[in-house]
Design a protein around this ligand. Structure first.
Ligand code: GCB
Length: 888
């Protein structure tokens, strides 16, 4: 009975609301996109006045940023704009049609970093913080029926003393803070009684799933209401839920008395029978909640709707992330909100493209690093079932540099932006966790500043729970001792949130050798043993990759983690090893690749780029998927795929190469110029054909496989232009070099054992002082071929198996002593050829950092010339190897 009565009332009211909405009584939102004038600089306070002459200013559309940086190339792009300061925007617009009593709100989806807003010379207010939506009630300043002038002063100054951004978090970070009205702006007209638009940029609606089982879902929806009229107003608040087909499945109606010029709130309680859950990528089922405010006369006064996803999310220290009660390992990526040429001023299509690329790879989670992202991206995640980690922009520092405790202004900024983050994104079912900060002790761990981070992080964690009792919190931690490492005294922020995420760059920033990535699984297991009750994730892991830089062996030498070069193959290797460690760990609640896309950082000059952090799996312009992208595509995406790696390394240094493909097939076949080379098992998604011999000229490589009856394949052309019967190896180096005489040295490979080292590893201090790798600090003398004496392989015992046609060869070892006299003394020999004992490098060369050579002769047998090094009262060492055929 009750049910029937409700239905009849519902039909009547639906009709009433239809009539009301056709009468245009509910809210009207108009984009303020075109027609803006922009000026970089600050002409002064008169700029806010309507009469101010902006004729000469640049015409722009919003979203807009004045900054432009980030390019591939070793020098900064010529059209770069890295100015951090004040910019002004002005817009003339006609007043919207408004009935008596209606209100006008101006909405900015974000302005970076501090924005002051005037309408017709009347100051509406200031907003601090680059990433949140904010609104101002502009009704009193509006000239009804006339021309209006909106002026916005935006300031993205560096947070130096005296600047408006001084305490506005984040005050540090490995990303560029673009300036401007970089997200859409709009005006919203609402009636005098409306859903509150002044609640920190939120929708004014807060949904909550109270109970959920197969038979029913109980949902509450709390709505904040506002009456701007001078008289109290009785209204009806109608809350309905529609399923994905638009059919109404639940409704609540209640009367609310709104006080004169005041607010009230009401909570609807709704029940959905036989609910369908929002179940991540597998089934991201969405309902929609619509809230309507209806006047005493039955007219619709305001209406807004929000997504609703019914799901249970939990974080368990032993079982990881649970979606609807079942473990769902989060295969995540991190994303910054920028791209080439546009910076932060993204269009909806840009967000959609990013999401499509992330989905193509098979990820099921995204960390929105390191701040609140734009609404369209959250909407896409809701729609597509992507689990989100949403994050407060608080990075590297818990206080001003040099200070121990956060100043009240900085605490206030962090709290304000955390509340905005949570309130603005409360209803997105995709959001699983609120992050209260990233690497807060980073500067302290480098000895750059004192720190007392825990009080701030504890305050923020409490606030997050007060704002949202339904979701867990996390914190991304960089700088705490790993298992077995001594305590450095840096205060620990792990444990200040419900869960923790460790940012771990093993194989990149650590030892400088990619192999170190293989220890990631062990390190994580150790952390889990130390904190068995704390749900743990990998918040970041990764490596830089330049698509124009290549190596013959990613394990051949030290990487330059903050400079050049950064061969693409090292990135792939670090990821493959890292993932092998992460994949089996059932206790992890997630792992997040740093990062999905190359992104702007004016702190960086690395790989083949300027102002770009090269750790993206996809380039800054989204045009190129790096090889590592395909490794994850093979590991994560269920559709059959195979990808041949190294396609961009066309011009090969050696005639014998290892061919690698990534695939989710069990095995794959390789052919060269149509001739079958053989089959290889694809172990951990990697199919490998070692020692494939190329001929001079172009070589067409093709791989093929079958998955579930589907044939898949990929192909590439590589070339070899060198001699067949000679090899030149630059040992200990990830890069090759071509000498002035045209001799090409490949990077270090064909070795077994030993460690690669670099004479002048890049050091930022050296670089800042005008040194860098170009002006090496240490120079080897006694040679005009210094490039051969810039790195070395050393160890107690190591060997080379050099692939050469059978015959006799002369082998020249290039040597120098990098350390101290007597440190390197060894025996070297060719299997079946010359053996030399007692090679004491320093005494042979006449001192340290002096070049010398040792020649050996011997055969290649069964296609291999074997060269053995063995320490004798010191370590063995070699810095380059020449192999030339002996003329008989
Ligand atoms: C980190 C930071 C991130 C950096 C990244 C890197 O740990 O959280 O902001 O960009 O490392 O590339 O070094």
């Amino acid at each position: 009975m009750a049910h029937n009565r409700n239905r009849i009332a519902g039909v009547a009211l639906a009709l009433a609301s239809l009539l009301a909405s056709t009468a245009g009584a509910d809210r009207r939102e108009t984009a303020l996109a075109g027609g803006w004038r922009f000026h970089l600089g600050d002409p002064g306070p008169a700029t806010a006045e309507p009469r101010f002459d902006d004729e000469g200013w640049q015409r722009v559309a919003v979203p807009h940023t004045w900054n432009r940086l980030g390019n591939y190339g070793v020098t900064r792009r010529k059209d770069a704009n890295t100015v951090r300061g004040i910019g002004w925007y002005r817009l003339r617009f006609a007043a919207p049609q408004m009935a008596a009593g209606e209100r006008l709100y101006l909405q900015f989806d974000a302005a970076s970093i501090v924005a002051d807003v005037w309408l017709n010379g009347v100051r509406l207010g200031r907003h601090e913080g680059a990433f949140s939506r904010f609104r101002f009630d502009a009704t009193e300043a509006l000239k009804a029926g006339g021309d209006n002038v909106l002026a916005v002063r935006v300031d993205n100054s560096k947070p130096d003393a005296g600047s408006a951004t001084r305490y506005v978090v984040p005050i540090s970070g490995d990303f560029f803070m673009y300036g401007g009205l970089y997200r859409p702006a709009s005006m919203i007209v609402v009636g005098p009684q409306h859903i509150d638009l002044a609640d920190m940029g939120s929708a004014g609606i807060y949904e909550r799933t109270i109970a959920l089982d197969a038979a029913r879902a109980s949902v509450s929806a709390r709505t904040l209401l506002r009456n701007d009229a001078a008289r109290p107003a009785p209204v009806t608040l109608r809350t309905t839920i529609a399923d994905a087909s638009g059919r109404q499945v639940a409704r609540d109606e209640r009367r609310v008395s709104l006080p004169a010029s005041g607010g009230a709130e009401a909570t609807a309680s709704l029940t959905i029978a036989n609910p369908r859950r929002w179940n991540g990528r597998a089934d991201p089922y969405l309902y929609r909640t619509t809230v309507e405010v209806i006047g005493a006369d039955g007219r619709l006064l305001d209406r807004a709707s929000e997504p609703l996803g019914l799901r249970e999310m939990a974080f368990d220290a032993a079982r990881g992330f649970l979606l609807n009660g079942k473990p769902l390992p989060l295969h995540g990526v991190t994303r910054h909100q920028d791209r080439q040429d546009k910076g932060w001023a993204l269009a909806d299509a840009d967000h959609a493209q990013d999401m499509a690329i992330i989905e193509e790879m098979g990820a099921n989670a995204v960390r929105l690093s390191h701040y609140n992202h734009a609404k369209p991206f959250y909407d896409l995640a809701d729609r597509d079932g992507m689990v989100l980690w949403a994050e407060l922009g608080l990075v590297n520092l818990a206080a001003l540099p040099g200070e121990r405790d956060a100043r009240p202004e900085m605490v206030a900024s962090a709290k304000q932006q955390l509340s905005e983050l949570i309130r603005q994104n409360y209803n997105h079912p995709s959001v699983a966790v609120w992050s209260i900060g990233n690497e807060i002790t980073n500067w302290t761990s480098k000895g750059l500043t004192p720190s007392n981070a825990r009080p701030l992080m504890t305050t923020l964690d409490r606030l997050a729970h007060a704002e949202d009792p339904t979701r867990a919190t996390t914190i991304a931690v960089c700088c705490e001792p790993l298992p077995g490492q001594p305590d450095t005294g840096v205060d620990r922020t792990s444990g200040t949130a419900d869960t923790v995420a460790y940012n771990l760059y093993l194989g990149w920033y650590g030892s400088g050798h990619a192999e170190e990535a293989a220890t990631l699984g062990t390190v994580l297991s150790g952390l889990h043993r130390e904190r068995p009750k704390l749900p743990i994730a990998v918040g970041e892991y990764g490596a830089g990759g330049a698509t124009s830089q290549h190596t013959d062996n990613p394990f051949g030498g030290r990487i330059e983690s903050i400079y050049r070069p950064q061969p693409e193959e090292v990135q792939s290797a670090v990821h493959a090893l890292s993932w092998r460690g992460i994949a089996p760990l059932g206790f992890l609640w997630g792992s997040f690749i740093w990062q999905m896309f190359d992104a702007t950082s004016d702190l960086r000059e690395e790989g083949d780029s300027s102002d770009i952090n090269t750790k993206g799996l996809v380039t800054f312009d989204r045009a190129t998927r790096k090889d590592a992208f395909y490794f994850y595509k093979a590991a994560w995406n269920p559709a059959p795929m195979i990808h041949l790696t190294g396609k961009r390394y066309v011009d090969r240094a050696y005639p014998v190469i290892d061919v690698t493909a990534y695939s989710n097939a069990a095995a794959a076949d390789l052919s060269l110029d149509g001739r079958r080379i053989g089959s290889a098992a694809c172990v951990d998604r990697i199919c490998r054909w070692p020692g494939v011999r190329l001929h001079r000229g172009s070589n067409r490589l093709s791989v093929s496989a079958t998955v579930n009856g589907k044939a898949i394949g990929d192909a590439a052309t590589v070339a070899y232009a060198g001699p067949a019967r000679a090899l030149h190896v630059r040992t200990g180096s990830l890069t090759g070099v071509t000498l002035a005489d045209g001799t090409r040295y490949g990077s270090d490979t064909f070795f077994d054992g030993g460690t690669g080292s670099t004479l002048n590893p890049f050091q930022r201090e050296l670089y800042a002082a005008g040194g860098g790798t170009a002006k090496a600090r240490k120079i080897v003398t006694g040679t005009d071929r210094a490039d051969l004496y810039a790195s070395w392989r050393a160890g107690a015992a190591f060997s080379y198996a050099l692939p050469l046609p059978d015959g006799r060869y002369r082998v020249r070892l290039h040597l120098f002593e990098p350390d101290k006299a007597g440190a390197h003394r060894f025996a070297a020999g060719i299997a079946g050829g010359t053996q030399r004992d007692g090679i004491d490098v320093a005494s042979l060369a006449g001192g340290v950092l002096k070049a010398t050579t040792v020649d050996l002769t011997g055969p290649a047998r069964n296609g291999v010339l074997r060269l053995d090094f063995r320490g004798q009262g010191g370590e063995a060492i070699v810095s380059a190897i020449d192999v030339e055929p002996l003329r008989d």
